[in-house]
Design a protein. Structure first.
Length: 86
């Protein structure tokens, strides 16, 4: 197992009912793609919000990341909808 700090923003925070959590994930969870699949197993809002039907982005240790980037042990992983500004 490895521990990650997860942070959720905007609609994800609202839908999932939390803004942050510390989770112990299986040792073979090495990428955001694997983490998202693991989180979706919680069902309900987790599955629907992270299914890919609604867009979201991921950052690892506050750096924008791709779904197949490695997650180092103890990392902070943020999941949030795309943001536009003006």
């Amino acid at each position: 197992m490895k521990t990650l700090e997860l942070r959720y923003f905007a609609r994800l925070r609202d839908a999932l009912g939390c803004q942050a959590e510390r989770v112990d994930v299986p040792a073979d969870i090495d990428t955001p793609r694997q983490l998202i699949a693991w989180l979706r197993q919680r069902g309900g809002a987790w599955d629907s919000e992270l299914s890919g039907q609604r867009p979201f982005r991921v950052a690892i240790n506050q750096d924008m990341s791709q779904l197949d980037d490695p997650i180092p042990p103890g990392a902070e992983v943020a999941i949030f909808p795309p943001v536009t500004g003006g």
